[in-house]
Design a protein around this ligand. Sequence first.
Ligand code: UDP
Ligand code: MG
Length: 323
Amino acid sequence: MKPTITIIAPVYNEEPVLHELYKRISGIMDQQEDSWELLLVDDGSRDRSAAIIAELHEKDSRVKGISFSRNFGFQEAVTAGMDFSSGDAVVLTDADLQDPPEVIPEMIAKWREGFDVVYGVRTEREGETWFKLVTAKMFYRIIHRITSVNIPLDTGDFRLMDRRVVDAIGQMHERNRFLRGMVPWVGFKQTGVYFKRDPRFAGEAKYSSFRRMFRFAMNAITSFSYVPLQLATYLGFAIAALTALAILVVIFLRLFSVHALTGQATTLVAVLFLGGVQLISLGIIGEYLGRIYDEVKGRPLYLVQEKWGLDETAVSDEKPESA
Ligand code: UDP
Ligand code: MG
């Protein structure tokens, strides 16, 4: 039977949290009237996460699972979850219990009121580094300014989506995905509920490295904005205008003053400055070009290795190996 609510959690090396996740979610959801399923997407974990998903599925068939052939990334894991979900509404949540399951009934209530997207707005974040908080705040402000989609401030991926939003996103096959932008882009009726983000239940965060956060920000910006490309144009005009002025000044000094400008330092500085600007512009074009290249190749977004409780006809009936 088709469940009303699908809860999706991407899982990457989350061995210590999975049992607790199941306990908290089932505890909350069993008090609700709606039927539910918990869909765990194992994103190529190297620990026992996949085996635990299989165990949980054995114990409670409402727990379903997919495992990837390797680590594809958070956005891909969530996308797979949405592709395989069957609920009338879908809730995305992190596996580490940073998004408290207690908020889900509030989201469902808003959905019943007629909203298609109910996102969780963080009022407070516990257990995050100072650096992450500041950069996250800056990131959301910048993205708000330079993109035309209305990405709500201080929201993560914790959200409920109606089936028609999930289907709409299913039609967006883009690579280097940025779901936090794709969901507002879809439109429909969207609203938020406030919650306090908890520290991770156990295990380690995977997104704390600066490189990963930078990639994430670049994907967000390039997916939704041309502003960086236009920057070169604006800067070009500004420098050209300044240079035109400078030419007049130089001519004036040459004709009417004995203090004609001499020296290589000025020339060198000007050349190096322009060289720098040109390299940056080329780099920005490169960022977009690389992403176009990714699109053109048209590779699948993820590859499934194993499934539990989903579309039984498609996979062999082999029992997953228990470690
Ligand atoms: N995650 C994933 N694939 C990855 C990295 C992370 O599926 O390559 C999952 C992870 O298991 C967790 C969620 O994405 O459920 C958020 O990850 P994490 O807690 O490390 O990030 P943070 O909360 O620090 O943003
Ligand atoms: Mg986390």
